[in-house]
Design a protein around this ligand. Structure first.
Ligand SMILES: Nc1nc2c(ncn2[C@@H]2O[C@H](COP(=O)(O)OP(=O)(O)O)[C@@H](O)[C@H]2O)c(=O)[nH]1
Ligand SMILES: [Mg+2]
Length: 359
């Protein structure tokens, strides 16, 4: 239980009734109540709303959609930054340090969201993140949310998109999405953010890690982390190697800048955030910012439709049993996959529930 579940973000006036009334235990608020709470800066409303959009329960879907509709006018007005890199590269520590810088501006509000599809397997990393962002987590003007532990990457990513919108509605101007750079998750996150920052380590043999073509092509800016102590010289060498490697990657758009930084000493942090700001400001000037968001929006529409269609199809009563039987027949070699699919489709036609409008 949060001790003070009606903490109000400073700068936002809470309606007197909301601030004084003790939180109703366990009663879930209606979408309208949640929306009002979020507009008023209530952290507990934001947390509850996020749990609602992350919920995969059928009964929560309509409430979640209603909530997002009620807050639509407050969405989109933030800078969304993705931060990726292999586990241990220093993402959480850097976010904590950047958070300190950002919150020096008294009007700033920051949300940090994690996308880690592997998190059920590596529970430790969540604990690690929490302790590494301890200061930020305790700030009224910051909101730190670990990755939902359930669900596929696609599911986690599409939930995160809505969580971003909720944080925007709550007044967060900077949204940072931390993701592990170990596979497809950075691809999913790239589709959520305005600027994608790749972190890399300096050190023996490490210089080229993460220089997988795909990742480099996605990076809008790169920072070599832990450039302190004995590592400083190595970091400078690594920076040059990364710059060289970048020249070999065909990439459209502006040249990718590479900085070195240390969250331990604070050296280079301003520069790193400066790279992000510069990228975003330039994108806004050239129209790339809007174009990128438009592209993400149309892709999201398509993804959502795909999910919904599949979901509706597979939720048909009785389908699961027929599909299980068909699967069994395929496994024991009695049916080919195509024959089995035909049988299932005959029982449950794809267009079964669709009636075109009769205009
Ligand atoms: N020397 C040094 N160590 C760092 C720095 N940033 C992070 N670390 C350490 O690197 C480890 C992994 O950091 P963490 O932020 O959890 O990495 P993440 O897995 O990418 O989120 C921790 O032990 C940190 O204390 C840095 O700038 N300098
Ligand atoms: Mg981390």
């Amino acid at each position: 239980m949060e001790p003070s579940s009606l903490v109000v973000l400073p700068g936002i006036e809470a309606p007197a009734t909301l601030a004084r009334r003790p939180p109703p235990p366990r009663r879930s608020l209606s979408p309208a109540e949640l929306a009002a709470g979020i507009r008023a800066g209530s952290r507990s409303s934001l947390s509850q709303a996020i749990s609602l959009v992350e919920s995969s329960r059928e009964s929560d879907r309509a409430r979640s959609a209603e909530l997002l509709r009620l807050l639509a006018d407050r969405m989109g007005d933030s800078v969304r930054v993705g931060i990726t890199g292999v586990p241990g590269v220093g993402k959480s520590t850097l976010i904590e340090a950047l958070g300190r810088l950002l919150l020096e501006d008294p009007t700033e509000r920051v949300a940090v969201l994690a996308v880690d599809p592997s998190s059920p397997l590596t529970k430790g990393s969540i604990l690690g993140d929490k302790s590494r962002m301890g200061w930020l987590s305790s700030q009224d003007r910051a909101y730190v949310r670990p990755s939902p532990s359930r669900g596929s990457l696609g599911g986690v990513a599409s939930r995160t998109r809505e969580v971003i919108q909720l944080c925007e509605a709550a007044g967060c101007r900077t949204i940072i999405v931390e993701t592990v750079g170990v596979g497809q998750s950075e691809v999913a996150v790239e589709g959520l953010v305005d600027c994608f920052l790749l972190l890399m380590l300096a050190g023996a043999g490490d210089e080229v890690q993460g220089i997988k073509k795909g990742v480099i092509e996605m990076a809008d800016a790169i920072a070599i982390t832990k450039a302190d102590g004995d590592n400083l010289v190595k970091a400078k060498v690594a920076r040059q190697m990364v710059l060289n490697a970048l020249h070999m990657v065909a990439r459209k758009g502006p040249e990718v800048p590479v900085a070195i930084c240390s969250s331990a000493t604070g050296e280079g942090l301003q520069e790193v955030w400066g790279l992000v700001r510069e990228f975003v400001d330039r994108a806004k000037r050239t129209g790339d910012f809007e174009a990128r968001r438009a592209r993400q929006g149309s892709r999201w529409l398509r993804q959502m439709m795909d999910e919904e269609v599949l979901d509706r199809y597979y939720r048909q009563p009785g389908l699961e049993a027929v599909l299980a039987a068909a699967t069994h027949e395929v496994e024991r070699g009695a049916l080919t996959p195509r024959m089995a699919a035909e049988i299932v489709f005959r029982r449950f036609p794809v267009d079964g529930g669709y009636h075109p409008p009769s205009t």
